[in-house]
Ligand binder design. Structure first.
Ligand SMILES: C[S@@+](CC[C@H](N)C(=O)[O-])C[C@H]1O[C@@H](n2cnc3c(N)ncnc32)[C@H](O)[C@@H]1O
Length: 256
């Protein structure tokens, strides 16, 4: 069982998560001309689809992608209740499988990328499912060098899992990754990356093929711990080049 499955039913009970999604939506609206667009949208690492619900009034069909089955089941119900448009939820790994609803005019993600091990591959997969000119908008934690975000309140929101040492790793320094080893000789993989600096996100998006990349602080923070500490959120925006050709063309529309 995916460990996020057990968190799905009560995920939305935390008012801070709901408020964070509203702020994330406002930040994306500031950076991407999505208001009233009716664009076909993909939310990656959607969880229960909080961000999609906050953006639904401006979007067309919405597809939720998450590797937790329970998150996708609950997300499908709750996003469907927030829009008249078609909602599809897929429990899959985007680096392995393409959702049947591709391509999209916009793909976005909130506080999920740092849970994905091969971020470079994920962003390349996102690039591939966008129409030429399509937008990407990523909101994630700023680099958290001491890893305290994922230690604060670990039992409530981020229970730890372990895997044996020796598992293939990414370039930690480049991605700002931080490991925690315990006395049993295993390392926590509750999260994979301790956030991303703006410079790292810029490099990752450009390397995945995105153009017009703009990375800035998102204008809000996530609070965690006791006493509460604010963890700033970074917003990264880019586009698939309008001149790009698609490998799997599926009646693309012009995202403006
Ligand atoms: C911290 S939660 C964030 C959920 C939601 N975006 C939110 O802010 O409420 C991270 C989510 O990413 C999902 N996830 C982790 N790795 C993933 C992957 N490789 N592909 C898609 N989803 C993934 C988890 O199942 C989980 O639902």
């Amino acid at each position: 069982m995916n460990r996020f499955d057990g968190l799905a039913a009560t995920w939305d009970d935390d008012p801070a998560k709901v408020a964070g999604a509203e702020r994330a939506a406002a930040s994306l609206r500031d950076a991407i001309p999505l208001v009233g667009s009716g664009w076909a949208a993909l939310e990656l690492g959607s969880g229960t689809g909080l961000l999609s619900r906050a953006l639904a009034a401006d979007l067309g069909a919405i597809t939720l992608v998450d590797t937790s089955e329970q998150m996708t089941i609950i997300g499908a119900e709750r996003v469907s209740a927030a829009t008249e448009e078609h909602v599809t939820a897929c429990c899959l790994d985007l680096t392995v499988e393409t959702p049947p609803t591709a391509p999209y005019e916009i793909a976005y993600s909130m506080l999920a990328l740092h849970h994905m091990e091969d971020v470079a591959a994920v962003l390349m997969a996102v690039h591939e499912v966008l129409v030429p000119g399509g937008w990407v908008g990523i909101l994630d934690l700023d680099h958290d060098p001491d890893g305290s975000f994922h230690r604060a309140g670990a039992g409530e929101h981020h229970p730890h899992e372990h895997r044996p040492q020796g598992h293939e790793r990414l370039d930690h320094e480049h991605l700002g990754q931080h490991e925690h080893a315990d006395q049993h000789g295993t390392e926590s993989v509750d999260h994979v990356h301790d956030g991303f600096s703006p410079a790292t996100l810029t490099t990752l998006l450009r390397s995945a093929g995105f153009v017009d990349v703009e990375v800035a602080m998102a204008g809000f923070a996530v609070e965690k711990g006791e006493p509460p500490r604010a963890y700033p959120v970074v917003r990264a925006v880019g586009r698939r080049a309008p001149s790009d050709t698609m490998t799997d063309a599926v009646s693309p529309t012009d995202p403006g």
